[in-house]
Design a protein around this ligand. Structure first.
Ligand code: CAA
Length: 297
């Protein structure tokens, strides 16, 4: 018999309206949840609202959803710069920038505005859930809720329990994932969880292959696309994720597991130092200033 003791989640607060936050608001609203999307920056909220409209339209055009579903979803999202508007949410998904002091500061300023039953989660791709939980008043109601980019397209959500997370909290989050039509994978709270524990060393190894002259950007990406059936080559994917994010995750693995096999490739570090962060800065392993990306090396 399935236990139904866990709480019914109706209203969800999302913190951070960047690439991940707006994708999360998008899929939650399609799943029928009332969403409060928060960001400190009004312009980011306006951009997010436009992105959500555009991405829903893509799904209408490719007949994945109907116009009525898209309109209903748009009506379910409210935008706010104030965390005071989180006073009725059942679940919070924090998707602010991947910086631990900033995340802790946000969690601290959020606590006075939420109810005792509210579940807190973070979309962090690598920061310790146990450590984030410990700076809140409810470690048993805190866990990792990790979506993949692009959120409306990717099927997986990683659910990460901290050392103190209780089963009811996990079950409530699992129910949300299922209602979104996505698939959950359960990960223990160790550095970078599952997806990035496996994916980032692969990307890092591709950068080493480039650094050592084993192959060109084009040869490496073609090899993995056509030789391993990956939808994007590892260098193209690194540009898509952002080289700063890839480097930050490699450093979390290197520091957290203290094993030299996670040593970030010096070429990746150099690109980040140069500000060549991938698609978002129009230059990474490819140059994105023209009509078609061209290898920058
Ligand atoms: N919203 C809605 N729909 C979107 C979308 C978005 N943001 N982005 C793409 N789509 C849709 C497109 O409209 C298109 O739909 P149709 O097939 O119905 O026309 C479909 O997705 C495919 O897109 P494209 O045709 O533009 O391009 P593609 O076939 O090359 O697919 C891709 C793009 C889905 C991104 C694919 O290349 C891919 O799967 N890449 C790998 C992505 C990946 O590995 N993501 C994980 C990164 S790691 C991570 O996120 C974890 C972390 O912590 C760092």
């Amino acid at each position: 018999i399935k236990c139904e003791a866990h709480m019914q989640i109706k209203k969800v607060g999302v913190i951070g309206a960047g690439q991940m936050g707006n994708g999360i608001a998008h899929v939650l609203s399609l799943g029928g949840y009332h969403v409060i999307l928060n960001d400190i920056d009004k312009n980011t909220l306006e951009k997010a609202s436009q992105n959500i409209k555009n991405n829903l339209e893509r799904q209408v055009n490719s007949k994945k959803i109907s116009t009525a579903e898209s309109n209903a979803a748009l009506k379910l999202i409210d935008y706010t710069v104030s965390l005071e508007d989180f006073n009725e949410v059942d679940l919070v998904i924090e998707a602010a920038t991947e910086n631990e002091p900033i995340k802790q500061k946000i969690l601290n300023s959020l606590l006075p505005h939420i109810q005792p039953h509210t579940i807190l989660t973070s979309n962090t791709s690598s920061i310790s859930i146990t450590r984030l939980a410990s700076c809140t008043d409810r470690p048993e109601k805190f866990m990792g809720f990790h979506f993949m980019n692009p959120v409306p397209v990717m099927q997986l959500v990683e659910l990460i329990k901290g050392i103190a997370t209780d089963q009811e909290t996990y079950d409530s989050c699992l129910q949300v994932v299922e209602k979104l039509g996505k698939t959950a994978a359960s990960a223990e709270d160790f550095p970078a969880f599952i997806v990035n524990r496996v994916l980032m060393p692969m990307i890092n190894e591709a950068v080493y292959a480039l650094y050592e002259g084993v192959g060109s950007v084009e040869a490496i990406d073609t090899s993995m696309k056509l030789g391993a059936n990956h939808p994007m080559g590892p260098l193209e994917l690194a540009d898509f994720i952002g080289l700063d994010t890839c480097l930050a995750i490699m450093n979390v693995l290197h520091d957290g597991l203290a094993d030299t096999k996670y040593r970030p490739c010096p070429l990746m570090t150099k690109y980040v130092e140069a500000g060549w962060l991938g698609r978002k800065t129009k230059r990474g392993f490819y140059d994105y200033t023209g009509e078609k990306p061209i290898p920058s090396r």
